[in-house]
Write a protein that binds this ligand. Structure first.
Ligand code: ZN
Length: 454
């Protein structure tokens, strides 16, 4: 009997070739596997959000009749002071948080602060374990305002009924629920859960806090504001309970816009049944939010607001829980929680600028895109760096390359001038940092010595 005799070396050669191929392909594959692990962790935590807790907070806050900054506490259970005492107690019940009364005295000023007053932001701090301080600010406002009987604002009518269930007890309920869930978890970054006051007098509490952070040189990585996150039915009858709007300021490569993209990316993986609708605009027309004072100070900030607003209820005695959807508020809470936890557990974003503020991006040998970066964290804890590329006009990143643990990356024959580049770092725990964008350095005004010829 004759048979085909194969050379024994051939099989071994094929196996070795396969092994080499698998090993070479490994980094990209591994990064995806690691990321999947991170998303699984976030999914488990997000499942803990309780609608019952959210409902209780909204009902409790609306029971104070008004939380106007200038309201007088006529009974122990009404007015902003009573609400503040209740809220401080709620935060103090949570183990693992340091509760700070961030108080200010404000003399009578402008059109809206019609008498001398105190303003107290409530700050609950969850310490991170990173050696270099990193801060993430999640916030809502606990003060309210309502129009007077004639349907207009009279800022001296400080005791008008203003339950503010949606504006913004809904945000505070989400904040408290997030604090409860995150307090026992280990995070890298420190998280400040803040209930601001004086929002309705012109973002007063958040402005004072943002300016203080800036003055103290604090490293605030992200600011996430939740304001009106519980209404699903608009006055014109349109209903939307499946989306939340996220506002972020221009330009398209701003850190705020990048934070918004981050939220959408995380939400799509962790909570795909709910849509994050990115609005490329600082806020709604004619309206303000507590993220804006932080953006003005140079920090990345975004605002979460329901997809459909009901203008006839806002700032009236009818802004009560009966007109809201608690399940929708819980959905928004899950999205903000997933993003905040991801940011807090991810490594610090890489630095892509020189000490002089120039982007660490060059043309390499002439016509390549050569990216450099600085990152001085613990390399044992990271999986590697990720390079992102998109058209300058594109709303989202279009391509991604895994750069391993090196400090540079070259894209051959790619123009640095025609595309936008970004860089993130992926932790071994599967959670990714914010993307740092290579941006044009700010232009300075030129000064020449000259004399005009007459
Ligand atoms: Zn508001």
């Amino acid at each position: 009997m004759t048979g085909k005799v194969e050379k024994p070396g051939k099989d071994i050669f094929v196996i070795i070739l396969c092994l080499v191929f698998i090993l070479l392909a490994r980094p990209g594959l591994k990064a995806q596997e690691i990321e999947a692990r991170g998303y699984e962790f976030l999914k488990k935590i997000v499942d803990r959000v309780s609608e019952a807790n959210i409902s209780t907070t909204i009902k409790s806050l609306q029971s104070f009749k008004t939380r106007n900054l200038l309201s007088e506490s006529r009974t122990p259970d009404s007015g902003i002071e009573a609400a503040r005492r209740w809220l401080i107690k709620e935060f103090q019940k949570i183990q693992g948080l340091e509760v700070v009364d961030d108080g200010y005295f404000l003399p009578k000023q402008g059109q809206r602060i019609v008498r001398d007053t105190e303003l107290h932001n409530i700050v609950a701090i969850k310490k991170g374990k990173a050696s270099r301080e990193r801060i993430i600010v999640v916030n809502a406002h606990y003060d309210t305002i309502a129009v007077s009987a004639d349907g207009r604002f009279h800022y001296e009518d400080v005791n008008t009924e203003a339950p503010g269930a949606n504006d913004d007890a809904s945000g505070v309920a989400a904040l408290l629920e997030m604090a409860r869930i995150m307090a026992s978890l280990e995070t890298e970054a420190t998280v400040h859960f803040i209930a601001f006051a004086g929002e309705e007098q012109g973002l007063v509490g958040s402005t004072l806090y943002a300016q203080k952070m800036k003055k103290q040189g604090k490293n605030v990585e992200a600011v996430l504001t939740m304001d009106m996150i519980s209404n699903i039915k608009a006055g014109n009858g349109y209903i939307d309970s499946t989306r939340v709007r996220v506002f972020s300021d221009d330009p398209n490569d701003s850190p705020s816009r990048e934070l918004a993209r981050y939220v959408k990316k995380v939400a799509e993986q962790v909570y795909p049944s709910f849509e994050v609708n990115l609005i490329y605009r600082a806020d709604r027309f004619g309206r303000g939010g507590d993220h804006t004072p932080f953006v003005i100070e140079g920090y990345p900030g975004i605002r979460f607001t329901e997809a459909r607003e009901n203008y006839s209820i806002q700032h009236t005695p009818y802004d009560t829980i009966e007109n809201l959807s608690v399940p929708y508020c819980a959905d928004v809470t899950r999205v903000v929680l997933a993003a905040t936890l991801s940011l807090a557990c991810a490594p610090e974003p890489p630095l892509v600028t020189s000490d002089r503020g120039a982007p660490l991006l060059s043309r390499g040998q002439g016509y390549d895109a050569e990216l450099h970066w600085k990152w001085d964290g613990d390399r044992e804890k990271i999986s590697g760096f990720k390079v992102y590329v998109r058209d300058t006009r594109s709303p989202f990143w279009e391509r991604c390359y895994f750069a391993g643990k090196s400090d540079s990356f070259v894209l051959k024959n790619v123009s640095i001038d025609d595309l936008t580049f970004g860089l993130s770092v992926l932790g071994q725990n599967g959670l990714e940092s914010l993307v740092s964008t290579y941006r044009m350095p700010p232009r300075r005004r030129a000064e020449f010595i000259f004399k005009e010829i007459k």
